[in-house]
Write a protein that binds this ligand. Structure first.
Ligand code: FAD
Length: 471
């Protein structure tokens, strides 16, 4: 949608600020700078807002949206800013609407096994609240200690337990949403089933802040398994490790909670960042396989069987982490990779391709060829059990201009090969600003047109998070 916006003149600024109780806003340039970017690297993904608002209630958000619609001022919703697609950056300046002060757990309902939260609750806090009652909130992105649940819903965040429990959307039962015109609507509820009309809950999930502002979320909780074990499995090379993943999924006759993958370069980088070494850090690749059960003996049988399968399929060793300390050490290394990348490389490009699991070996071959073709230092890690690999190009040699051009070409090749193998651009990080121009490579003109029409139905003036998916 090509829309034109009004500027936040001094008079409009005064009107807007008057809507915000207790001076819940900032125009301080240093503070504005914090809200100009997310975790995507590169100056072209930075845009300064004119003002950041910190609403505390749904009603305040409704007032802001009514005012913004009437005045045609762009509004960009923002969670914790940990996004990896440039979704929360205010491309046309205007208002950044930060949800950080709407951070309460509103209700823990043990009769329906649901938890109702505001969008600014940190994901980890929900996991902890569920665990304290012997339950599991199964959403588990690697950023869970920082990201907000509203951002997780808006991105349909994935993470480490998707293979067994599904991505964030699978846990969302109901939403309260403020529409761009300021109307407050309820979608879904605490009902296990609901086919009364279109499925708006799932339309909002993954809509990246372009259709409405999520102000309340009802999440499903599930029983927490009593026993957990993580297997850390080194392989001599990426090919052997990756070839084993589809085999394990189709032949093991059990569903692990996680199957994660780290190549040698990722292992080295995260080891350097944490100043510690995982066992077999010299291996070509590691898999982390998490199993969970309510019966200790059943779990034992399962991990012995999976361990044997690993060894028959080229594993160098199988480390069994069945206590909290060793499990935490393994996961710390896995979860720190993205942070390690941004701390050592000012310029990097972290991708999020996802392909059918049986094609993982082929795509890894193509990735190797692309890295060589463009002389790009590359690390590969990710949620192998979901076919979701974070191919990450690191700039260790190019000038900023050369880097831009080289990465652009490499991305074109990567996306082309991914699509040819039945895959797509993003499994969990989303489109945002970063992948917008590549959408037409995977979505047909008819689907793109439908996307624009849905956007226009929700947001006829085009003020909500402009410059993203539907524009
Ligand atoms: C170290 C690291 C590890 C990560 N690991 C994972 C991972 O394992 N899996 C994964 O899926 N992602 C991962 N991510 C990416 C990121 O954490 C997720 O996309 C997360 O869901 C973003 O949440 P956020 O609160 O930071 O949202 P933001 O980055 O602030 O916003 C993301 C998008 O959501 C919209 N939005 C935010 N809140 C709302 C709301 N209340 N209503 C409407 N729209 C809203 C914004 O407009 C934007 O488009 C990782 C990121 C980092 C830095």
């Amino acid at each position: 949608m090509k829309a034109s916006y009004n500027r936040l003149t001094e008079a409009r600024m005064r009107e807007l600020q008057a809507l915000m109780a207790h001076r819940n806003f900032t125009v301080d340039p240093e503070r504005l700078n914090v809200y100009s970017h997310d975790e995507v690297s590169g100056e072209k993904y930075r845009f300064l807002p004119d003002i950041v608002l910190y609403p505390e209630t749904t009603e305040q958000i409704a007032e802001i949206m009514k005012w913004a619609s009437k005045n045609k001022i762009p509004v960009t919703p923002r969670g914790a800013g940990t996004g990896l697609s440039g979704g929360a950056v205010p491309v046309f300046s205007g208002i950044v609407l930060s949800l950080e002060r709407m951070n309460r757990i509103l209700e823990f309902d043990k009769e329906t096994l649901t938890i109702t939260v505001e969008p600014g609750v940190v994901t980890d806090e929900i996991q902890k609240a569920a665990k304290s009652a012997g339950l599991l909130y199964a959403g588990d992105p690697c950023s869970s200690d920082a990201s907000f649940i509203g951002g997780n819903v808006a991105e349909n965040a994935g993470g480490n337990k998707v293979i067994k429990y599904g991505a964030t959307g699978r846990h969302v039962m109901g939403l309260e949403v403020v529409l761009p015109d300021g109307n407050i609507v309820q979608f879904g509820g605490k009902r296990v089933k609901d086919v009364t009309g279109y499925d708006f809950v799932n339309l909002m999930v993954g809509s990246e802040g372009t259709l409405g502002i999520i102000t309340k979320i009802i999440l499903r909780l599930v029983p927490l398994s009593k026993y957990l074990v993580d297997l850390l499995v080194p392989f001599k090379d990426v090919e052997t490790a990756i070839a084993f993943v589809p085999k394990m999924i189709t032949q093991a006759k059990l569903l692990p909670a996680s199957i994660e993958f780290m190549d040698h370069a990722s292992l080295t980088l995260t080891g350097r960042f944490l100043n510690s070494k995982l066992p077999y850090a010299d291996a070509g690749a590691h898999l982390i396989i998490e199993l969970e059960e309510n019966d200790k003996e059943v779990l034992f049988d399962e991990y012995v069987r999976i361990g044997e399968m690993c060894l028959k399929n080229g594993a160098l060793e199988v480390f069994v982490a069945d206590n909290r300390n060793t499990r935490e050490k393994i996961w710390k290394a896995r979860k720190a990779i993205a942070e390690a990348v941004s701390s050592f490389y000012p310029e990097f490009c972290m991708e999020d391709i996802v392909i059918p699991i049986n094609r993982i070996p082929q795509i890894m071959e193509k990735v190797g060829a692309i890295s060589e073709r463009y002389q790009l230092e590359t690390i590969n890690f990710g949620h192998a059990g979901d076919g979701n690999i974070h191919v990450t190009f690191l700039n260790d040699r190019y000038t900023p201009e050369q880097w831009e051009k080289t990465v652009e070409k490499a991305l074109e090749d990567l996306y082309r090969e991914t699509v040819l193998l039945g895959g797509t651009l993003s499994g969990e990080h989303g489109i945002g600003l970063k992948r917008k121009k590549y959408l037409s490579a995977v979505l047909s003109p008819a689907v793109l047109e439908l996307t624009r029409r849905i956007k226009a139905a929700f947001d006829p003036t085009g003020i909500l998070n402009p410059g993203k998916i539907a524009d």
